[in-house]
Design a binder for this molecule. Structure first.
Ligand code: C2E
Ligand code: CA
Ligand code: CA
Length: 574
């Protein structure tokens, strides 16, 4: 009796433990997001376990129900699924495949595990169904990102390099050419700054869509970044010649792009073209050449296509050399200041001087500022150079004034990059204070192109400077977009008529008419006039007759070192 009671207690305890274990296992299964199909070979039927309902709305109990399972998956998955469900025939322990469910549009990993007894006979089969939709989507996205650019859907830079590399290898064996067209929007910064980044992005997108229409077996299009695109063309000829492609682009750009916000935007592009094998034999080298050539198109006035030539590359290499030498020059301050006198036309008295920088490079050669200033502007070196010019010029000026007490105007050439610096005015005022130079003694020269690019930002700055009492002078007038009507809105005091007018003022009737009307009108607006590049007595006489206020040029004085200016000052004050 005792023995029986003991057995019953034991059974209870075992049952309780078993039901606890079962509960635990069920919970684990149900919270695992998986579904299981369990098959016992001896019993010959299936059981569905855990999250079965997430995948299927029927249960499987016998082999015949498996047909319903096959009906749920996409057609191409049926046979692989059948094979994996019956792997026990091949005496394999486990295997998995991925199938797509037809209606639910989910991706399922099916993994089968078989348990065998010692004799090698299968006893149990556990089939696990795991939802891998998100994982697969992430994988797809990663694959997409590896080849495409999200914004435009065009090939990305890396993949483009690979594709052009394949073109080049093929061209090598087939003895033909590969062209790369490097395309960049003109003045994209103005669109981004003026209309916002979202508009800029949409423009990049719609232009990308247009370019994607050019794609074919032999033409690949890529969005590199920002407003830069590249087209690779295998064996460019006929309908896919560079000329034809460029004409198609130009044709499209004749009409504006209509954006979702209602804006209509006209753009132009600069295009650089380099071809294998003429320009380069390596892919990256070829793309680099096309980029360098694109910059040439920009410097030639934008809205152009330029083809590679050895001289463009040489010029580029030369500029890079200058850029590197400039960096050391800034460090070692290998610059000197020259000053060119400006005279009043009426009495030939000294009106002021224009500060012009000079650079003696490492080989002792003088490099013209017309060459190195644009390079310094591109690389940003203009900032320290510009500060040095201001400091050196004001220091020199203060010395002259102390010695000669002659009222002069010191004209300084200031680059757009300098004006754009937030602390430009503060720095200038600081140097003026340091050398005790009054605002009326200073004139800042600005070119029209600077105004055109950043009209509002720069004119606001100029107004502040003028309020302080500093003079503003419009340099090289007549070379840019010169419209007399917009002059009246500008915060300027002086206008410098460019040398190109003075050059032909004697020989060309039209130039005379223009020069005379400029001077007439400018004087009416209350500005002072300076004629630049006056080289002959005849030019001087003529300018004097038409009432040009001041003369600057080789006739009366070349740019000279400070001690030569001192000689002039001594003459003036004698
Ligand atoms: P710019 O401001 O138009 O300066 C006048 C240029 O014309 C000077 O060339 C001057 O030497 C030259 N010139 C003056 N009179 C005559 C003449 O009668 N005949 C001829 N053939 N040329 C004359 P430079 O000194 O080579 O300067 C070239 C340009 O470099 C300047 O043109 C200016 O844009 C820039 N630059 C010079 N110094 C500086 C500077 O310190 N800062 C900045 N940002 N730019 C500078
Ligand atoms: Ca100037
Ligand atoms: Ca000038």
């Amino acid at each position: 009796m005792e023995e029986l009671k003991y057995q019953i207690d034991l059974l209870h305890a075992t049952n309780e433990k078993l039901s606890k274990d079962e509960k635990m296992l069920r919970l684990i299964c149900e919270t695992s997001n998986n579904a299981f199909l369990y098959y016992n070979f001896a019993e010959g039927h299936f059981r569905t376990v855990a999250n079965w309902n997430h995948f299927f709305d029927f249960t499987v109990t016998g082999l015949q129900d498996l047909n319903r399972l096959y009906e749920c998956v996409e057609e191409q998955c049926v046979i692989p699924l059948q094979e994996v469900l019956f792997i026990e025939k091949q005496n394999i322990k486990s295997q998995s495949i991925e199938v797509r469910l037809r209606d639910k549009k989910i991706c399922v990993e099916v993994e089968v595990n078989i348990v065998y007894d010692d004799a090698g006979t299968p006893t149990d089969k556990i089939i696990r169904f795991r939802d891998v939709t998100r994982l697969t989507a992430q994988n797809d996205e990663l694959t997409y990102l590896a080849y495409y650019d999200i914004l435009t859907g065009l090939y990305n830079r890396n993949y483009f390099v690979r594709l052009v590399g394949e073109f080049i290898r093929k061209a090598e064996t087939e003895n033909t050419n590969v062209a790369v067209m490097f395309i960049d929007f003109d003045d994209f910064r103005r669109i981004n700054d003026g209309m916002g980044l979202i508009v800029g992005d949409e423009l990049v997108q719609v232009f990308g869509q247009f370019l994607s229409e050019l794609m074919s077996d032999h033409v690949v299009v890529s969005h590199f970044n920002s407003d830069i695109y590249c087209i690779g063309i295998y064996d460019p000829c006929g309908a896919r010649s560079v000329d034809t492609v460029y004409k198609m682009i130009k044709e499209r750009l004749k009409s504006p792009f209509k954006l979702s916000g209602g804006q209509e935007i006209h753009i132009t592009v600069s295009v650089g073209v380099a071809e294998y094998p003429e320009a380069a034999t390596g892919t990256l080298e070829l793309i680099n050449c096309a980029e360098i050539v694109m910059f040439k198109a920009k410097s030639m006035g934008k809205d152009k296509v330029v083809y590679y030539s050895g001289s463009i590359l040489n010029e580029f290499i030369n500029n890079v050399t200058i850029e590197n030498q400039l960096k050391t020059a800034v460090f070692q301050q290998n610059f000197i200041m020259y000053f060119q006198p400006q005279f009043r036309t009426a009495d030939k008295k000294l009106r002021g001087v224009e500060a012009l920088i000079r650079w003696k490079n490492d080989d002792g050669r003088m490099v013209s500022p017309a060459v190195f200033i644009p390079i310094a502007e591109k690389s940003g070196t203009i900032i320290p150079i510009g500060s040095w010019v201001i400091e050196e010029s004001l220091k020199t000026y203060a010395g002259w004034r102390r010695k000669y007490h002659y009222p002069l105007v010191m004209s300084l050439n200031i680059s757009a990059i300098q004006y754009r610096q937030a602390d430009f005015t503060d720095k200038l005022l600081h140097i003026m204070e340091k050398y005790d130079v009054a605002p009326e003694e200073i004139e800042l020269e600005i070119t029209e192109s600077v105004l055109i690019d950043d009209f509002t930002e720069i004119t606001e700055k100029l107004e502040v400077l003028r309020d302080i009492g500093i003079k503003i002078s419009l340099d090289d007038f007549g070379t840019g977009y010169s419209s007399l009507s917009y002059l009246k809105g500008l915060p300027i005091d002086t206008l410098k008529i460019d040398k190109s007018f003075i050059d032909t003022v004697i020989t060309d009737e039209n130039t005379r008419i223009i020069t005379e009307s400029i001077i007439y009108m400018v004087k009416k607006l209350g500005f002072e006039t300076i004629a630049e590049g006056v080289e002959t007595e005849e030019q001087y006489r003529y300018l004097s007759e038409i009432d040009c206020d001041n003369i600057q040029g080789f006739l009366l004085g070349r740019p000279m070192p400070p001690d030569k200016i001192e000689c002039l000052l001594a003459e003036m004050t004698a």
